[in-house]
Design a protein. Structure first.
Length: 451
């Protein structure tokens, strides 16, 4: 058996039970893992549907150019369909989106124009405005407008909703979606509520988006809008795809909490998902007190983690934004009592080393010459040598010293020190910003991790 094109692989994504992160909850929590679509996101569904409807309505003609403003995932779905159907693609996106998303779009033949994030939607520089302008200027082009194109939510009404209903055998009680254009949550939620009006639909929003305020009050309050880091959901306007009557609750999640949860999903559940999956599950956890033992919760995990490797899954990026509380050598040094570095010269005797170890209660001493580490002496290493040679105390240190301790950067995370501190090597050296050396031992690491 074979398929006619890559587009035939869209849909029928798996529903996977979460076991570790949600183990304290009384209910069953299932993830609808949409990265199993060929474009690695839920957006494949609506991208193809919007193209099919545009073709039926005569808006998209053979050899035409598809133009859209996209955070990346919709663009990928459109680009795949364009490859199969013979269209060109021009996408505008924002400088907030990960570089990987733009690179992937280019890889499948799309032209990508990057626009500034921190401008109003009406600003001529915004990715909304640029895409609209291009659609007016380029002959035989079609502006997709996923936000107001109702074929977006129709795709989920026809596909995603029925799949979830069948996969849960109608037992679903809650649908949770990190919501942006409104297509996924409205289309899926509408279908499910038609099957069972008691199903609760929870929308997850981000701080910096106006959607929750609009849902709660009916007011479009631009004071709610400010730059945020979360990707793929939240909006600074209300797209036409929304039917707020389908939604029961809007819950906001911080950029930090969503990013940390995405990493937890990967490490604890083995699901390498994108930013919005973390925010979706975090939002559900914030509402966990509303869940009971008989509930079956379905969370939509929109896309794949490969598009966030340089961001959410990058320790440095996370630390720069204060999202990752990683202990470093600097933290160990600052957290322990002031500790003078005990060193010895290569021409001193083994007896002097032993006296230093007794006096200062240390097991590892660097051998220094002219301020440079040239070797090391350890209690365990000396013990083995002295047992076999009682006269060793009178010999010089250079005759018995071991290899120098590895020198590592002062901001090295504690977790990485395990590759340096081994059975044969009991410590590392690190130089602070003032140029002073510090020694870190196995004991220091254990004390740090225990706090």
């Amino acid at each position: 058996m074979w398929l006619n094109s890559i587009l035939d692989t869209i849909g029928n994504t798996p529903l996977i039970k979460l076991n570790k992160i949600t183990r304290a909850l009384p209910c069953t929590v299932l993830a609808k893992v949409e990265y199993f679509n060929p474009g690695n996101s839920v957006k494949d569904r609506m991208a193809v549907k919007m193209i099919e409807v545009a073709e039926q309505e005569g808006k998209l003609k053979p050899g035409g150019t598809i133009i859209e403003g996209t955070s990346g995932n919709t663009g990928m779905g459109l680009a795949l369909a364009a490859c199969v159907k013979g269209y060109k693609c021009i996408f505008t996106t924002t400088d907030k989106q990960s570089k990987e998303k733009a690179d992937i779009l280019k890889a499948v033949g799309a032209e990508v124009i990057v626009c500034p994030t921190n401008v109003e939607p009406e600003d001529p520089r915004s990715y909304y405005s640029v895409s609209k302008r291009l659609a007016e200027e380029i002959p035989n082009s079609w502006y997709v407008n996923q936000y107001d194109n109702l074929a977006n939510r129709l795709a989920h009404y026809e596909q995603t909703g029925p799949e979830i209903w069948e996969q849960t055998e109608g037992k679903i009680t809650h649908l949770v979606v990190a919501s942006g254009t409104g297509g996924t949550i409205t289309g899926t939620g509408k279908y499910l509520k038609e099957k069972n009006p008691n199903i609760k639909v929870w929308a997850i929003d981000t701080y910096g988006s106006l959607l929750k305020k609009y849902f709660d009050t009916g007011e479009i309050d631009h004071k709610e809008v400010y730059p945020y880091i979360s990707e793929g959901f939240g909006e600074d306007f209300v797209p036409a795809n929304y039917d707020m009557n389908v939604i029961d609750i809007f819950e906001k999640v911080t950029d930090k909490d969503g990013a940390i949860m995405a990493r937890r999903i990967a490490k604890e559940e083995g699901l390498f998902c994108g930013y919005s999956a973390g925010s979706c599950l975090q939002g559900m956890m914030q509402l966990k007190n509303q869940l009971t033992k008989d509930d079956v919760v379905v969370c939509i995990f929109h896309d794949h983690g490969s598009r966030y490797v340089a961001k959410v899954y990058n320790d440095q990026w996370m630390m720069e934004r204060g999202f990752l509380e990683v202990k470093t050598i600097k933290d160990i040094v600052n957290g322990r009592a002031s500790k003078k570095l005990i060193t010895i010269g290569p021409k001193q005797t083994v007896g002097e080393v032993i006296e230093l170890m007794k006096k200062y209660d240390v097991e590892n001493i660097p051998v220094m010459k002219d301020g440079i580490s040239v070797g090391a002496v350890s209690e365990s290493g000396l013990f083995n040598k002295i047992i076999n040679n009682a006269g060793l105390k009178k010999q010089t240190v250079e005759s018995v010293m071991e290899k120098s301790y590895p020198e590592v950067a002062f901001d090295t995370p504690v977790e990485r020190l395990s590759s340096f501190i081994t059975k044969e090597n009991g410590a590392v050296l690190s130089k602070d910003d003032s140029g002073y050396y510090h020694i870190i031992t196995k004991y220091d690491i254990l004390q740090s991790l225990a706090k």
